[in-house]
Design a protein around this ligand. Structure first.
Ligand SMILES: Nc1ncnc2c1ncn2[C@@H]1O[C@H](COP(=O)(O)OP(=O)(O)O)[C@@H](O)[C@H]1O
Ligand SMILES: [Mg+2]
Length: 224
């Protein structure tokens, strides 16, 4: 499903070149639930951004579903992000002028008709336990509640791949574990591929495997 070959990502910061990713090789199969672990600055977010097609690589290649996305035109990349990728950002990135359900619907409408999108959005808000605040604006939600809306928005599209950056960081343990179980259920039922950056031990335990990143390189993998 995802094949990463000799991936390099450099950032230019003034005269200094930062090697955010330095020769990453990784293969993830369809329907696998993979956790990425690593210290701050190790390249976790950079890796997710490249796989999700929201940042440009320096060299190497990424294939998703046999398509080499690192060779996509801007138009094809946009289509890929819209249809196939569910992104859960570390800082939610909800649209402040839309309510919770409208934020989720907007994503659902990329892949479904308006009526189906509404039904699926309400169902997903129920799944992540935020249905009672469906008509609240993001500013009227706590951090943990916004995070749940962001999770619903990513999952409602029924994407092929879900990329999540610390998705349960702001949730209480019980809600975090509930959402995690739902993600795992969706992963296995729909054969969605999940790539999750997290320090949550409960999530790591349920993963098919864990990838360890350090200084932009993979230095090991283990079973979850
Ligand atoms: N836009 C950017 N410009 C310059 N350097 C960046 C940029 N984004 C990330 N970096 C650097 O790349 C490295 C990896 O960052 P990141 O992927 O955010 O790490 P992590 O998510 O593991 O904390 C860090 O050294 C960071 O400072
Ligand atoms: Mg990060």
């Amino acid at each position: 499903m995802v094949v990463i070959d000799s991936l390099v990502k450099d950032y230019q910061s003034g005269v200094i070149t930062v090697h955010a990713l330095n020769d990453v090789n990784l293969e993830i199969k369809k329907g696998e639930f993979v956790v990425i672990l690593g210290p701050s600055g190790s390249g976790k977010t950079t890796l997710l951004n490249l796989i999700g097609g929201i940042d440009m690589h320096t060299s190497g290649s990424i294939k998703v579903n046999t398509h080499e996305i690192t060779k996509f035109t801007e138009k094809k990349l946009t289509e890929f992000r819209k249809k196939d990728v569910g992104f859960i950002f570390q800082f939610y990135n909800l649209i402040p002028t839309l309510t919770a359900v409208e934020n989720v619907e907007l994503a659902a409408q990329l892949n479904f008709s308006r009526r189906i999108a509404y039904e699926k959005s309400m169902k997903m808000l129920e799944t992540v336990r935020i249905i009672d605040k469906a008509n609240n604006f993001p500013s009227q939600l706590s951090g943990g509640e916004q995070q749940r809306v962001a999770i619903a928005r990513a999952l409602v599209k029924e994407p092929k791949i879900v990329l999540a950056d610390e998705p349960t960081g702001n949730l209480d343990t019980e809600t975090g574990e509930h959402i995690l179980k739902e993600m795992l259920r969706i992963c296995k039922e729909k054969e969605t591929t999940f790539l999750i950056v997290t320090h949550n031990v409960a999530i790591s335990k349920l993963a098919d495997y864990i990838v360890y990143l350090k200084d932009g390189q993979i230095f090991g993998t283990s079973k979850g």
